[in-house]
Design a protein around this ligand. Structure first.
Ligand code: ZN
Length: 203
């Protein structure tokens, strides 16, 4: 990678902030594993978002990169908005709050609200949301949760697309990469057809 840290757009302070966010996320998610067969460390996921934003989409806003690293800390760990504000400032905390689901609601309702709220997110939150959906589709295509049937994986692809369709016009490169990730639904759907009718009953 040829990114120069001497560019005025990314200062030493920004670099420190992003490293602190990575360390904070690694600590908060330290006991969590993804649900794939390998049970990979959960923190691989927020790191994948930050890497995608920086390296593939050339989003070099330190607030977005740090928020991507922290995006699941309130939802999935013992982290509060106040805690994030104290450590990283109000702007980063606000983006994380925007992409945090209300876990007091049922899962179906949370999923519906993600579609409904997508358009009203701030630009920064939309970037994090797009990166999250791209990474999730890549994960569901390559290393899905061990207990997900092909039908459930296809449903996930369709729901992610319903959210992203409300985010169109935010960032052309991220949307292109989402569409690329979504195209792999066909592979998953094929396994659904091959495995039918037994697999259909698992839906
Ligand atoms: Zn996520």
């Amino acid at each position: 990678m040829m990114h120069s840290l001497t560019q005025p757009s990314f200062l030493v302070r920004d670099f420190e902030l992003v490293l602190e966010a990575a360390a904070f996320a690694a600590h908060k998610h330290r006991d969590q594993r993804r649900k794939d067969v390998a049970a990979s460390p959960y923190v691989n996921h927020p790191i994948a978002l930050a890497n995608l934003l920086w390296d593939e989409a050339h989003v070099h806003d330190p607030v977005v990169i740090a928020a991507a690293l922290l995006h699941d800390t309130i939802e999935d760990t013992e982290t509060t908005r106040a805690g994030l504000e104290a450590a990283f400032g109000a702007a980063i905390a606000a983006v994380v709050v925007e992409v945090t689901d209300d876990k007091t609601l049922a899962k179906a309702e949370r999923k519906r609200l993600q579609i409904e709220h997508a358009e009203s997110l701030s630009h920064r939150a939309k970037l994090v949301k797009l990166a999250d959906k791209i990474c999730n589709l890549r994960e569901v295509a390559d290393t899905p949760p061990a207990d997900w049937s092909p039908g459930r994986r296809c449903d996930y692809f369709d729901w992610a697309k319903a959210v992203v369709d409300r985010l169109r016009g935010t960032h052309a490169e991220l949307e292109r990469r989402f569409d690329e990730a979504y195209a792999r639904r066909a592979e998953v759907a094929l396994t659904l057809e091959i495995a039918s009718p037994a697999a259909r009953r698992l839906r």
